[in-house]
Design a protein around this ligand. Sequence first.
Ligand code: ATP
Ligand code: MG
Length: 397
Amino acid sequence: MQKLYLIKLGEISLKKGNRNAFEKKLKENIKHKLKPYASRITTEKGREYLYVDSDCPDETVEKALSTTFGITGYARSYISEKDLKRIKESASECLDNSAFENKGSFRVAAKRSDKSFPLKSSELEIELAKVVSKRYPDLTVDLDNADYTLSVEIRDKAYIYSNDKKGESGLPVGTAGSGIALLSGGIDSPVAAYMMAKRGMKLTLLHFHAYPFTSEEALEKTKRLAAIIAPYLQGAKLYSIPFLKGQEHIKEKGIENEATLLFRASMMETTERLLKMLNGEAIVTGEALSQVASQTLKSMVFTDSMCSSLILRPLLGMDKEEIIEKAKRIGTYEVSILPFEDCCSAFSPKHPNTHPDLEEMREHYKKLEMDKYIDEALENMSVFSFDDKGRLYAENN
Ligand code: ATP
Ligand code: MG
C-alpha cells in the first residue's frame, strides 16, 4: 500500500522550455529526502502526485515536503474512481485523517477538469457537503472564509484532500549553480543561506573560528545552525576554518579601527580560494546595509574590491525585525541568540572605521601579507557533512 500526497508547484509551472529540468530536480530532491522509503512521483497538469510507502510516517513526509524548495502547497490525498459513491467513501477516509473538528465553518471546493464527469462542480460540492455535515453537524458552511476546506479534483481519477499546507515556494536546490555561504553564529547568515538556497543554489557552508580564543561552544553552535538549515539546503557540508593566527596578526600589525575590515578582506580571500577549489560560482553573506560598521556601502565596496567572485547579499535591503521573523520561522533564531562569542566580534575594535578610503585600505591590507595565514588556515580546515534530514553523517579534520 502507498500513501498519496498532492504537491502544488509555484514558479516552476511558469517555466516554459526548461520546465522539465526543474521538475526533474524537484522530484529527485523529494525522493532523496524520503529515503529509505520508496516513493514515486507522477506529473499531471501543474500537479505532482507523490506516492510513498504507507509505513513511511506522516511526519517524515511532512518534514520532507515542508523543507523542499519548489513546492507551494501539499496535502495528503485520497484517490478514487470517478464514481460518486466511491468519491464519497474517499472523502470519508480523508475526513478520518484531517484536521476537521465539529466547530467552526467549512466549504467544499470541487474542480472538474474532466468534463465528461456527469456532475457539475457545484453539484459535486453539495453532495460532499452532505458527507461533511453528517459527520460534523455543528460545522456551518462558509464559502469565503472557511476554517476547513475539503477539496476534490476530477481528473484521470478523483483526488480528494483537505486543508492543504503551504510549502516554502522557491525553486529546487541544484537548479541555480553552486556557491559558498558564510555562516557565522549570528542571526543573519543562516537566513541568507536559506534565501539563496530558496532560489535554487546548492550551497556549501563556511565558518571561520578563533578557537581556543573563542569557545568550543561557538563552533558547536554553528554546527547546530548548519543542522537546522541542512534540510532546506538538501544537505550541506560545513567547512570550519581556524583563523586565530591570522586574526592575531591583523590585531598586532594592522591599524586598530580597521581590524574588522582587514579581517573581512582576508576572510573573503580565503573563501574565494575555497570557492575555486569547489568550482563554485558565488559567495553568500548575511550582510544588511548599514546594520553594523562593516556593512556600510564604503566598507562593502572595499571587501568587494578584494575579491573577484560574485558576492550575493540577499538580506541587503532587509531590516533586523524582518530577518528575525524569518529566522524564527526557519527555526534558527533560538540557537543564533545563544551567547557564545563569534571570532568576528571577539576581535572587533571599539570605534571601527565606517568610511574607509578604498586605496588606503587596500594598501594596508597588502602590507599585512596574509598569504601564509590563509594557506595555513586552509590546510587545517575541518569538514562536517550534514544530510538532507539535518543529520551529521561524517566529519574529518
Ligand atoms: P550574523 O548575524 O550573520 O553573524 P552580523 O550582523 O553579525 O551577521 P558580521 O559579523 O559583520 O554581521 O558578518 C557579516 C556576514 O559575514 C555574516 O552574515 C556572515 O555571512 C559572514 N561572517 C561573519 N563572521 C563570520 C564567521 N566567523 N565565519 C563565517 N562567516 C562569517
Ligand atoms: Mg556575526
